[in-house]
Design a protein around this ligand. Structure first.
Ligand code: ARG
Length: 251
């Protein structure tokens, strides 16, 4: 009898541990740069935001555990390509150049490059940056599309000087301190930075509209799985609800 109980108990143990194993297929690590509210930012010691919640929902749907790795924006693509992270999600714009080194998921949001200036600035529209002899000093986050576009459109044509900062927050602090004349950055973080710093405004004219997507090492089979889950979460309204939670629709 005792032997039977012992056998049943050990069988139960084996079944339980198999169930525990089956419950998680492993951990998905998302590389990001958490200075980009409302997509990814710190709330105390925790990284929260639209990208984090969408990625967590995808991982859960697929049966993976989920972790976020914070790094410089500039380091995300190499983290993905070296296998340090399974994918990158960072309000990252799909561009032709990036498509040479990574694959992108289905797009889940759009962004717009906008210009932040100090109140009363002589720069009143995007066009002012292109004026002949303008030579403004523009702050950007290193290797973001804000950096790439202003470099190609303005610096390469001798129309501006670009100051590159490791994150958007430092670019905005440089603007406040008068070290740059404006900052070119994505619209949603721009709104968050302007709300958190007095004396700054966003110009009403938009510079470039773009699509955000998650990036993967080229040929990674995880992408198909990820896309299937993401597309379901888009179709059932989960993605819209997460975005709406962080970006309430303006009336
Ligand atoms: N959308 C821009 C880009 O892809 C900026 C993204 C910056 N993201 C971040 N988490 N800091 O270049």
């Amino acid at each position: 009898m005792k032997k039977l109980i012992a056998l049943v108990l050990s069988l139960m143990l084996i079944v339980c541990s198999m169930a525990a194993l089956a419950e998680s297929k492993g951990t998905l690590v998302m590389a990001t740069n958490a200075s980009f509210p409302p997509y990814e930012y710190y709330e105390g010691t925790e990284i929260v935001g639209i990208d984090v919640e969408i990625a967590a929902a995808i991982a859960q749907k697929l049966g993976y555990d989920f972790e976020v790795a914070d790094m410089e924006f500039d380091a995300i693509i190499s983290a993905v390509n070296s296998g340090k992270a399974n994918f990158g999600m960072a309000g990252m714009t799909v561009t032709e150049e990036r498509l040479l080194s990574v694959d992108f998921s289905t797009s889940y949001a759009t962004g717009v490059q906008v210009v932040i200036v100090r109140e009363g600035s002589s720069i009143t529209s995007v066009g002012d940056l292109f004026a002949e002899g303008a030579m403004h000093t523009i702050g950007v986050q290193l290797t973001t599309t804000g950096d790439l576009y202003t470099t190609w459109d303005l610096e390469d044509n001798g129309l501006a000087v670009i100051n590159r900062y490791p994150n958007g927050n430092e670019a905005v602090l440089a603007l406040k301190a008068g070290k740059v004349d404006c900052v070119v950055i994505d619209n949603e973080p721009a709104k968050a930075y302007v709300a958190a710093n007095e004396g700054l405004v966003i110009l009403p004219t938009e510079y470039v509209t773009e699509n955000y997507a998650a990036c993967f090492a080229k040929g990674d089979p995880l992408l198909a799985e990820f896309n299937a889950a993401l597309e379901e979460l888009i179709a059932d309204g989960t993605v819209a609800a997460i975005i709406e939670k962080y970006i309430p629709v303006e009336e």
